[in-house]
Ligand binder design. Sequence first.
Ligand code: CA
Length: 224
Amino acid sequence: MRILLVEDERGVANFVKKGLEEEHYTVDHEVNGLEALNYFATNQYDLIILDIMLPAMNGIEICKKIRADGIQTPVMMLTARESVGDKVQALDSGADDYLTKPFSFDEFLARVRALLRRKKDSISELAWADLRLDVLAHKAFVADKEVILSPKEYAILQYLLRNKGRIVSRTQILENVWGYDYNPSTNVVDVHIKTLREKLGHTLSPEVIRSVRGVGYTIDVEDA
Ligand code: CA
């Protein structure tokens, strides 16, 4: 699951980003409201989290723009003020939910999960032969036995399964799993694929993740 976080308060942003990443979400973070428009124009997000008071363009305007562009991605607004007017404006601009700062991370996460569940095209389970991912719990199972994966390993596997039958490049994996904070010359994808295969390989055969020389990786559609 890939989340865009637009928040200019460093403390809040770090707290939210770190917490979401620990829960296996991929987070792109931007502080400038106007810059944020480029993110959802070029990427598909499962959730957008918007602060209201932002440099260049505020969260209400961003949300209106998102909806005017026909983007149905769930939006959660963060507001520093306990003001009824802000909440009304947030919801009227097309936000699905809002949270007043300061908030507890547990409540925030519960609301994130609720928004992702409500998402129209959301898939709660991904499967390939004996392999099954519980997308909401972020857990992987092989033959109903849980396989303990690191957050990045889990995110790669989910991304590959969502794109089953398609070849995905290392760059696509980096953008979707690491967000924009990656070093382009890194071999981190290959390293994670190797450990993923080792963890899954004990029980799954043939090899679920196939290398496509010079292109990337794929999970083939199962034989009918
Ligand atoms: Ca702010």
